[in-house]
Write a protein that binds this ligand. Structure first.
Ligand code: AMP
Length: 187
């Protein structure tokens, strides 16, 4: 049975970094939602232009757009599953994921919550803004919105996976190697 793993946390908690380490080692497809959305924006498609309005402001794209994006997920026969980073990010998306799991008969391994403080998130966002060209890391208003979105959406989402017995909390303040080793204990 193919596996599904989700990595969640505040902006800059290390979601994509960890997904990129785990995916090749376990032969999983890495599906980074933020990266996927930025690629769509880059393509210049009509969908990308619509997505850009949300991403630039640091707010979540609508369920309607998200439904279109997740329809593009294709798992190759040689892949043993998918590691999502940044999806689901709100309760309605957890419902979308439930449907995917049911329809394709995936095994849901866990919702890994990488815990970092607001201070750590801000430090890492500032460092990343200097190193990369992400507009939503450079724009103070977008950064604030992204942190606020996390505060608003995380409580019901974490509750949902806790009730399902699938919530795995990881100390995201630790080194990249230590966090990775923690996650791997469950894979
Ligand atoms: P990230 O690269 O994970 O920090 O995501 C960058 C931006 O993409 C977010 O601020 C949102 O605008 C958008 N985004 C990423 N993941 C999601 C999601 N699961 N639902 C809605 N919007 C998302």
């Amino acid at each position: 049975m193919k596996k599904i793993i989700c990595i969640y946390g505040r902006p800059a908690a290390g979601k994509t970094t960890q997904a990129a380490l785990i995916a090749p080692e376990f032969n999983l497809q890495q599906f980074g939602m933020g990266d996927r959305l930025r690629a769509e924006i880059q393509s210049g498609s009509t969908l990308g232009q619509e997505i850009k309005k949300y991403v630039d402001q640091g707010i979540l794209i609508t369920d309607e757009i998200m439904e279109q994006v997740i329809r593009t997920i294709k798992i190759r026969p040689e892949e043993k599953g998918i590691v999502f980073d940044g999806f689901p990010r709100m309760l309605s998306q957890a419902g979308m994921l439930e449907k995917i799991i049911e329809e394709a008969d995936y095994e849901f391994i866990g919702f890994f919550y990488l815990k970092v403080s607001v201070e750590t998130a801000l430090q890492r966002i500032t460092a990343r803004a200097d190193a990369t060209n992400r507009q939503d890391d450079k724009d103070q208003e977008a950064v604030k919105n992204r942190l606020d979105v996390f505060e608003e959406e995380s409580v019901p989402l974490l509750e949902f996976y806790k009730n399902k017995n699938r919530l795995i909390e990881i100390d995201g303040e630790k080194s990249i190697e230590e966090v990775c080793a923690e996650i791997k204990k469950y894979l």
